[in-house]
Design a protein around this ligand. Structure first.
Ligand SMILES: [Zn+2]
Length: 80
């Protein structure tokens, strides 16, 4: 690829990413989040929380109860 091709392809890819992110946001906003599991969620590099994650759209839908966190951490231990 020459520099013009790179420039044009990068622009195309960035537009696709934006369009897919918009679709993802729309799908997540329409999801009823009827089922969830407790799992690790990373807000940013180095920060990991235990949260409720929707089974369908993978959205972080809030903090689990203490009981749910304890159960999740107990399950995690079994795999180590
Ligand atoms: Zn959902």
């Amino acid at each position: 690829m020459n520099s013009e091709e790179i420039k044009s392809r990068v622009k195309e890819i960035n537009e696709s990413i934006k369009s897919l992110q918009d679709e993802l946001t729309k799908i997540k906003s329409e999801c009823s989040h009827d089922n969830y599991h407790v799992g690790f969620y990373s807000w940013r590099v180095g920060v990991v929380d235990v949260v409720k994650i929707c089974d369908y759209c993978s959205e972080n839908i809030g903090l689990p109860s203490k009981k749910e966190v304890d159960k999740f951490l107990e399950e995690e231990k079994k795999w180590k």
